[in-house]
Design a protein around this ligand. Structure first.
Ligand code: UD1
Ligand code: CA
Length: 456
């Protein structure tokens, strides 16, 4: 949309969070609050997005990258002062400016768009997004005159007892005529309980100047939640979680217990996949169709094919094929790649390894820095001995190999196609194609020895 700009306020420390992490960087469903806000604005295709940074400026910039332009508010003198910092970028432009706080991650782009459309239809100089709160404590209150028009916004700390009873609140999201905004900001003072320059005062000033000032009331207070402390953070997390889960359920994913299912904003899940209780899906994870995930699985930044099961297991930054079974109690560490019809069973750890189609590691094994072909069977308790105390070494196991139980493969090592390793072997030399390798002490039976011992 041309001649439409956005300013995101993100310079505050967030004292009430009592945190070393700057407030707007606190994640909600895995994504920092301010990034939710910027991502939502991005979907509106505005011409420019300017984020006001201050506390933790470098960290905020690093997080948002080139999604936004930045201005620095060196001292946090209030929200009006924060917006004023954007004058150097936007001040001379004709158009409409959307202002959103970096601590309101739940406001949907649809609501911002509705606010903008209402503002345009009203031909207003300023329009605030308001909502009716069950408990308005902490928010600025919307004070309307007899005619029902917005007269002013009063902050909690400046409100009289009567004003505190008002349930209509300022969500901190506004549309302004851009020129009028920067003109009026010059007139805002700081004679109030907090000694700050309040952005909401722009509304009162414009109103008194006889300009059209309007309010767009959204009927969903939850969406406008401002996160100032950890309690509100937990509420935001719960609301966002419910929203994400609902989207997946409407797309054909079964979620048995949404209250215990955590899915990141950016995850993609195919239809007819079932998420059992206790599942956490983080980052840019992609899960195919017809999978069963859980109970109790944790999947981070991974790609899982179709028809695969991940039972009570951890999968980190890995790729898993179709109709593959993982767990219970397996651990796929970063950079692992599993083919189709693979089985990784209980108490198996795989690290930075590749396993081809139809290969199986069913119980109690460690596979690290290994390249395993297809149709390989690795018996219970087998280990790739990849670390000599200084360096990591590679194990190569070609197709159709059978590794007997309790085998140590001392890397660097190669086991050629179709080879067979006897149980209990410690393999230190290459095993040729289709050879039997046996590397263990021979068994000796001493007949009658037990009787002899007992008769002593
Ligand atoms: C603000 C509004 C209040 C509204 C509420 C909605 C003001 C004065 N009050 O209150 O009417 O109901 O949001 O959630 O605007 N910030 C800066 N620089 C500053 C101060 C703040 O960038 O100097 C940023 C903060 O990082 C934050 C946002 O502005 O993202 C809002 O500031 P905050 O202190 O949270 O304001 P509230 O007290 O919640
Ligand atoms: Ca706030």
């Amino acid at each position: 949309m041309t001649n439409i700009f956005a300013i995101v306020l993100a310079a505050g420390q967030g004292t009430r969070m009592k945190s070393k992490l700057y407030k707007v960087l606190h994640p909600v469903c895995g994504k920092p609050m301010v990034e939710h806000v910027v991502d939502h604005i991005e979907t509106l295709n505005v011409e420019r997005i300017v984020t006001v940074v201050g506390h933790g400026a470098d960290k905020v910039k690093e997080q948002l990258g080139d999604k936004s332009e930045y201005v620095l508010q060196a001292e946090q003198l209030g929200t009006a002062h924060a917006v004023q910092q954007a004058e150097e970028i936007l001040g001379a432009l004709e158009g409409t400016t959307l202002v959103v706080c970096g601590d309101t991650p739940l406001i949907r782009p649809e609501t911002m768009k509705a606010l903008f459309d209402f503002h345009t239809a009203q031909k207003a100089k300023a329009t605030i997004l308001t909502a009716v709160a069950e408990n308005p404590t902490g928010y600025g209150r919307i004070i309307r005159n007899e005619g029902g028009q917005v007269a002013q916004i009063v902050e909690q700390k400046d409100a009289t007892f009567e004003q505190q009873l008002v349930k209509e609140i300022n969500t901190g999201t506004y549309c302004f005529d851009n020129k009028a905004l920067f003109e009026t900001l010059k007139l805002v003072g700081n004679d109030n309980a907090q000694g700050e320059y309040y952005l909401p005062d722009v509304i009162e000033i414009l109103q008194k100047q006889g300009e059209i000032v309007s309010a767009y009331v959204t009927n969903d207070f939850d969406e406008t939640l401002g996160v100032n402390d950890r309690f509100a953070l937990s509420q935001a997390e719960e609301l966002m979680r419910a929203r994400i889960n609902e989207r997946h359920m409407r797309n054909g994913v079964t979620i048995i217990n949404p209250a215990t299912t955590h899915i990141s904003t950016d995850a993609i899940i195919g239809s007819d996949t079932v998420l059992l209780p206790g599942v956490i899906i983080e980052g840019k994870t992609i899960i195919g169709e017809d999978c069963t995930i859980g109970p109790n699985s944790h999947i981070v930044d991974s790609k899982i094919g179709n028809g695969t099961t991940v039972h009570s297991s951890v999968v980190l930054n890995s790729t898993v094929g179709d109709v593959t079974a993982i767990g219970p109690f397996a651990h796929l560490r970063p950079e692992s790649t599993l083919g189709n019809h693979v089985k990784i069973g209980n108490f198996v750890e795989v690290k930075k390894s590749t396993l081809g189609d139809d290969s199986k590691v069913s119980h109690l094994s460690y596979i690290g820095d290994a390249e395993v072909g297809s149709n390989v069977n690795i018996g219970c308790g087998s280990i790739t001995v990849n670390y000599d105390g200084k360096n990591k070494h590679k194990t190569t196991i070609e197709d159709d190999v059978f590794v007997g139980c309790n085998t140590n493969l001392v890397a660097p090592i190669t086991v050629r196609k179709g080879a067979f390793i006897a149980a209990g072997s410690t393999i230190t030399k290459e095993v040729p194609e289709e050879a039997l390798a046996i590397a263990r002490a021979r068994q000796e039976n001493k007949l009658g020895y037990v009787n002899k011992l007992n008769s002593k």
